[in-house]
Write a protein that binds this ligand. Sequence first.
Ligand SMILES: N[C@H](CCC[C@H](N)C(=O)O)C(=O)O
Length: 280
Amino acid sequence: MRIEFIKMHGLGNDFVVLDAREKPLPLIDAAVASALANRHTGIGCDQLIVLEPSSAADFRMRIFNPDGSEVEACGNATRAVGLLHGKPARIETLGGILEARPADAGISVEMGQPRFAWEAIPLAYAMDTHSMPLAWEELVNPIAVNVGNPHAIFFVADPYAIDMDRLGPLIENDPVFPERVNVNVAAVTARDAITLRVWERGAGLTRACGTGACATAIGAMKRGLVDRTVTVTLPGGPLTIAWREDDVIVMSGPATESFRGSFAADAFGLTQAAAGEVTA
Ligand SMILES: N[C@H](CCC[C@H](N)C(=O)O)C(=O)O
């Protein structure tokens, strides 16, 4: 049995998309996700995205990191599947229902409302999430924001001077973040401009992180560093983030289909455990 995939990206944050909305797929679990995401022995991607039918929205989007973890939100992938869908879509995710629609800048997504309570990040114990009283070497006093998934944001002079390969995993896996955390290092360069790099939970350094851009923009707005619409420039390019008066975050930016292909299901341990069984 062969399975078709669509290779997509948002500013270089890349995805393998499996579309099971019309036809069920065999079970996709952590092992399968990790194997497909492997850049040497698999197709290779920052996240595996699986689309399924939904009773609550137009369709459901499941998000798997290369380490196999299934997570609540992926901003760049939400724009990518919005492009694939080709018209406005309500998309069910573990982090809530999002709305994606074609826009001048590519695709615009309503990413829901940010959460700041320590229990919502989550943190292991009560703490001021506006400026956490913690330090990891030169990275100090982050603001923590949940935008469907957990983010810690450090404001620094130069994000490109930070050794993310060393400090990223240290912070990602700190026990203060019981569900781990995405690590953002950002510099505010104007009232409407931020430069950002992200060490992603379960994926490492990526060329762009949509939820990271949302969380960082909201963090900067909460600290009064920028206005309520800001351009966040990642290594892969810019995203526009607005924090609406109704508290909803709106992210706009490009999405790209790179190519389509197929693979032999059993090459990645995708066995039809039960005829017609949908993904778990
Ligand atoms: N690594 C993230 C998921 C992907 C987020 C990122 N690719 C985006 O565009 O938001 C997490 O574990 O929460």
